[in-house]
Design a protein around this ligand. Structure first.
Ligand code: ZN
Ligand code: MN
Length: 141
């Protein structure tokens, strides 16, 4: 088990959350894959080990991780949200052919947020920016 997974489990325990085997498996899968899976992908990956687990269990756990600030949700319409266990500031590059999402580290564009505030009078708390393209696998490399 990685330190990150252990730290996350410790944080949950501190918050009084019971660590069930499914909960442990979902969190580990999210943190170790780093592949921005959907709830359904997580369900299908873990279903062989937990045949009695339902998709609803996966959703409920993801919701709990979200509320604990341990996971970020990337929404793309109904039921196609992807989940990211890396909650640090970073951007994403998305393959428009297979849907794969890769992290792209770049200095957060906070000065653009200030410009948006100046321009609109809003209080801006954050932003989301994605890049679209075709991955190496889909280009046949
Ligand atoms: Zn692709
Ligand atoms: Mn990410």
């Amino acid at each position: 088990m990685t330190t990150r997974v252990q730290n996350a489990l410790d944080q949950l325990k501190t918050n009084g959350v019971r660590i069930t085997p499914q909960r442990h498996a979902i969190l580990t899968y999210l943190m170790e894959s780093m592949g921005h899976p959907t709830a359904d992908e997580i369900y299908r990956a873990l279903e062989p080990r937990f045949p009695s687990m339902s998709v609803a269990t996966v959703y409920n756990n993801l919701k709990m991780f979200l509320e604990a600030g341990m996971v970020r949700e990337l929404t793309y319409g109904d039921n196609s949200s992807r989940f990211d266990a890396d909650v640090s500031d970073h951007y994403h590059v998305i393959c428009q052919s297979c849907g794969k999402i890769r992290d792209f580290n770049y200095e957060p564009l906070t000065e653009v947020e200030r410009k948006a505030e100046q321009s609109t009078g809003f209080r801006v708390f954050g932003h989301r920016m994605e890049f679209y393209g075709v991955c190496n696998d889909c280009r046949g490399h």
